[in-house]
Ligand binder design. Structure first.
Ligand code: IPD
Ligand code: CA
Ligand code: CA
Length: 271
């Protein structure tokens, strides 16, 4: 029996309030975009502005109304209330640095978790009015049209994407080593600055693969489901099943997974 059949509600029923919450947050973000912002630096975790906080409030208010029994894991408040089996995992603004500098690659990311399994995900890219949705076992969609990962089968033909952690001292060298190895093999690598959009663009077949270290659950929960539901593969760097708490992610169109894994983190490969 599929997990979605064991849920005491239809996983699909979560989608509507998630989309409404994401759109409400997107509206808040657009109202602040390219305006004067109060910017604060979080220790080793990037920037936060009043737009992040207001967008998070808009989401939490709506989702509390939709399902009072769900708890929350949010980036900015860490609201953790709720003892039930369900939980919302929220990044109200993924790509805050882009947002602060007026670069339009930023989004809202919301996932629904039930007993530790992500069952639904929504990513909203407000500048383009692009809404990505996925429900476990039911496919991935962009503006209600089904999306699929790319058919690319050779790394040398691939367009990849990645990101670098804010903790530069500790990780920069390792990240640069992976970047350099892959730069020599693939067609090109992009570094757009929003992990959730990196995953959404991998799910829709624009990017062939994505990897990043030191991410948090709210960066990846919705996007990882999108990639899987679009036919892709998502693991840690050892190739083990993906866990949102793992802090590292390798997401591909499935065909390139093994080859990309070996090049990103050769230390985990058997000799
Ligand atoms: C960040 C973005 C970025 C990634 C960082 C994340 P934030 O999230 O996803 O692409 O490289 O590691 O923390 O701080 O903008 O929500
Ligand atoms: Ca984020
Ligand atoms: Ca954020």
């Amino acid at each position: 029996m599929k997990l979605t059949e064991l849920l005491p509600f239809r996983a699909k029923s979560l989608e509507k309030p998630m989309i409404e919450a994401a759109h409400a947050a997107g509206k808040v973000l657009l109202a602040h975009f390219n305006r004067k912002l109060e910017i604060r630096e979080k220790k080793g975790a990037g920037l936060v502005t009043q737009a992040d906080l207001a967008a998070e409030k808009a989401i939490v208010t709506r989702l509390k109304k939709a399902r009072g029994d769900f708890g929350f894991l949010t980036e900015e408040a860490p609201e953790k209330h709720g003892k039930g089996k369900g939980r919302w995992i929220i990044d109200p603004l993924d790509g805050t640095t882009n947002f602060v500098h007026g670069f339009p690659m930023f989004c809202v990311s919301i996932a629904a978790e039930w007993e530790g399994q992500i069952v639904a995900g929504v990513i909203y890219h407000p500048i383009l009015k692009d809404t990505y949705t996925a429900v476990l076992g039911q496919g991935a969609f962009l503006n209600r049209k089904r999306i699929q990962v790319s058919p690319t089968s050779k790394l040398r033909d691939s367009l990849l994407t990645t990101g670098f952690t804010y903790r530069k001292n500790q990780w920069l060298r390792t990240e640069m080593d992976s970047f350099e190895r892959l730069s020599g093999i693939c067609r090109a690598i992009r570094r757009p600055g929003s992990a959730a959009l990196d995953l959404a663009y991998t799910a829709r077949g624009v990017f062939d693969g994505f990897w990043e270290r030191r991410l948090s659950p709210w960066d990846v929960a919705a996007g990882a489901l999108l990639v899987q539901e679009a036919g892709g593969k998502v693991t840690n760097f050892k190739g083990e099943p993906f866990d949102i708490n793992a802090r590292e992610i390798l997401a591909t169109n499935a065909s390139l997974h093994e080859e990309l894994k070996k090049t990103v983190a050769p230390e985990f490969c058997e000799i």
